[in-house]
Design a protein around this ligand. Structure first.
Ligand code: HEC
Ligand SMILES: [Cu+2]
Length: 352
């Protein structure tokens, strides 16, 4: 009976564990794994982790093997000595281990392992020191419930939920929070650093190859914590400069270049709605600061902090009913009629 219960429990853990692990599979394009390090900083931390894994495994294997040998030997002795020795009599084998063996196994080996790990950790900590010289742009990141505000103070560029960086240089991030404690984490590039109201924490990141790296808020911050993602997008330095130049353009110039009637009507609808209290569109009267800057919203890959691909259908769904997509976020729904909504979408899609 008891064996049956144990077997059931064992199966429960094996099958349950497999199912749980199965849930961890992700789209390889949205990979968020510290075991796939990219860039200098993540690779330095990964090297330390690998060393700890190897040493930890070696110590565990040796100690476990010694334990099994000891138990088996003792059993055999107990069987042999059963007639002559009572269960409480001391084992004649005890105390016969040479002192040097006990000293080496119990003190010297751990001391060497810990000294090695301390030395390597100190080197890695120096390599990833957030206050060291960086050669790339400075990026200010301010966490909000439940999205990321992103500034490039040297270029006077503001965006949201996307951090564009040039490949191959160290970029200094200065992280703050507008409300509660959040945590900035892009697993493939390492991190993670808390963002704390009233404080600035720094971190540098670098990438070896152009690409898109997913990040995630890593400190529970409220209802939509799990829906607070962000992208780090790494470009060649020339492409990065092009991106900066495009972001520096105020929106109305784009409008002048493409002044269709529907875009103009969409702009009027935006400017006469509540949108302006919460959103900024540079070069217009909309200067709200509650929500993400929308000056170049059409250039972004996602909406609502990495939750939806940025396309017309998702934009419409978000504007009409953001609460059903991200319950508890700070944007209320609107009741625009179908025609006005189409004009508004034309306008927002012109903001490249
Ligand atoms: C009360 C403030 C508020 C009002 C009013 C408001 N928004 Fe928002 N909006 C937000 C906030 C906050 C977010 C970020 C939500 C999140 O991701 O958690 C947001 C997100 C967005 C986004 C996605 C931006 C991005 O980068 O992901 C769009 C587009 C948007 N709003 C458009 C509008 C439009 C159009 C209106 C007017 C019809 C409007 N908003 C009215 C606060 C507001
Ligand atoms: Cu969070």
């Amino acid at each position: 009976m008891r064996t049956a219960t144990r077997a059931t429990a064992a199966w429960f853990f094996v099958v349950g564990g497999a199912l749980l692990l199965g849930g961890c599979t992700v789209d390889p394009n949205e990979q968020q794994s510290i075991l796939a390090p990219r860039g200098e900083r993540a690779e330095a931390v990964d090297g330390l982790w690998q060393l700890m894994l190897v040493l930890g495994t070696a110590v565990w294997v040796i100690v476990t093997a010694a334990l099994i040998v000891a138990v088996l030997r003792r059993r055999r002795k107990d069987d042999q000595d059963h007639s002559s020795r009572g269960p409480d009599d001391p084992d004649p084998a005890d105390g016969r281990r040479p002192f040097w063996l006990i000293a080496a196994a119990g003190a010297l080996v751990p001391a060497v392992v810990i000294a090695l790990l301390t030395a390597v950790s100190a080197t890695v900590l120096r390599d990833i020191d957030p206050e060291q010289e960086t050669d790339g742009p400075v990026v200010e990141v301010i966490a909000h419930q439940y999205w990321w505000e992103v500034h490039y103070p040297d270029y006077e560029v503001t965006t949201a939920n996307e951090i564009h960086i040039p490949t191959g240089v160290k970029v200094r991030l200065e992280l703050g929070s507008a409300d509660v404690i959040h945590s900035f984490w892009v697993p493939e590039l390492s991190g993670k650093v808390d963002t704390i109201p009233g404080r600035t924490n720094a971190l540098w990141l670098s990438t070896d190859e152009p690409g898109t790296y997913w990040g995630q808020c890593a400190e529970f911050c409220g209802l939509d914590h799990a829906l607070m993602r962000m992208l780090v997008i790494s470009h060649s330095p020339a492409e990065f400069d092009g991106w900066i130049a495009a972001q520096q353009e105020p929106a109305p110039r784009l409008l002048e270049a493409n002044p269709t009637e529907s875009v103009e009507r969409g702009q009027q609808i935006f400017m006469s709605s509540s949108c302006v209290y919460c959103h900024t569109i540079e070069g217009t009267a909309a200067q709200g600061e509650v929500g993400p800057d929308l000056t170049h919203i059409a250039s972004r890959e996602t909406l609502a902090a990495g939750i939806l691909p940025n396309d017309r259908g998702n934009l419409a769904g978000w504007i009409l009913d953001p609460q059903s997509i991200k319950p508890g976020n700070q944007m209320p729904g609107t009741d625009l009629d179908g025609e006005d909504l189409q004009y508004l979408l034309d306008y927002l899609e012109s903001l490249e």
